[in-house]
Design a protein around this ligand. Structure first.
Ligand SMILES: [Zn+2]
Length: 281
């Protein structure tokens, strides 16, 4: 254990914020398949520094692991020789989309075969949980490093020296409506609420329109008193006979000359009547 802790003390990994960001962006571009690449930097004494990364194009992605093919290496060395001629390949990275940070047996196989130098590391990032970790050689064993140092290239920049103002959240129009939305909720929440409101309103409009269309076009029954012998419309029938469903048609009115069972005033054939006929004598 003493030897191990000495090795941990003596193994420092420094990674630039830019390199870490490049790795995250590469991994987030592929939310299901793994991506991989190499880490570019330098090894000085007990410190491994990662300055940049090169995405591994044409890497074979098989299920939950990646493989560095001949094409991948050719692509990586082409970029390294042109962009980072003085730097070294100090390790590799790959993503574990949705299944956490660890080194599988296959990952360990890759590391032992391609990145076996004592200070070369394996960076693993899960774009779903944003968890990240780095593995390196502790003697003959591969272990997760307990300490990672993020190096900001803009470190030392004085506060207020950039002269940049704080950006306004919703453009430069400082109307009262915008101010209220910002106070109550974030702009994205306000947009989501506005979108939901518009959706509900549009559904309501469609329902109301459908209701009126049905009301206008659907055939309605109109009761017209006719003479059963001649089939002629009775022009002088009592006005209550024109009222749909009124007592005038069901014999409830004792003064009604058309008693129940008396077929003197049968209903007219309930065919669709043109709109507006109702009430005509
Ligand atoms: Zn893996």
């Amino acid at each position: 254990m003493k030897a191990n802790s000495e090795r941990v003390k003596g193994f420092d990994l420094r990674i630039s914020c830019d390199a870490a960001r490049q790795i995250r962006q590469h991994a987030r571009a592929s939310s299901k398949a793994e991506v991989c690449g190499v880490l570019i930097g330098s090894e000085e004494g007990s410190v491994t520094s990662v300055q940049a990364s090169i995405p591994g194009a044409n890497a074979v992605q098989g299920g939950s692991h990646v493989t560095f093919t001949q094409d991948t290496w050719e692509h990586i060395y082409r970029i390294k020789d042109s962009d980072y001629p003085e730097a070294r390949i100090v390790g590799w990275y790959h993503s574990h989309p949705g299944f956490g940070v660890f080194l599988s047996d296959h990952d360990a196989f890759i590391h032992k075969n391609f990145f076996s130098a004592p200070r070369q590391v394996a960076w693993v990032y899960d774009p779903h949980s944003d968890e990240e970790g780095c593995f390196g050689w502790m003697g003959t064993k591969l272990e997760r490093l307990p300490r990672i140092v993020l190096v900001d290239a803009k470190g030392g920049e004085g506060a207020g020296e950039t002269g940049k103002p704080e950006p306004l959240l919703l453009g430069s129009d400082d109307s009262d409506a915008d101010a209220k939305i910002e106070l109550g909720s974030s702009p994205s929440e306000a947009r989501a609420m506005l979108s939901a409101g518009i959706t509900v309103l549009s559904y309501l409009c469609i329902m109301v329109l459908g209701f009126f269309l049905c009301w206008y076009f659907y055939p309605r029954y109109v009761l017209v008193p006719v003479d059963p012998r001649t089939g002629q419309i009775l022009l002088n029938a009592p006005p209550e006979l024109y009222n749909e469903g009124s007592n005038g048609m069901d014999g409830g009115n004792p003064n009604n000359p058309n008693k129940p069972g008396n077929p003197a005033l049968p209903l007219a054939n309930p065919t669709p009547a043109p709109h507006g006929l109702k009430g005509k004598p």
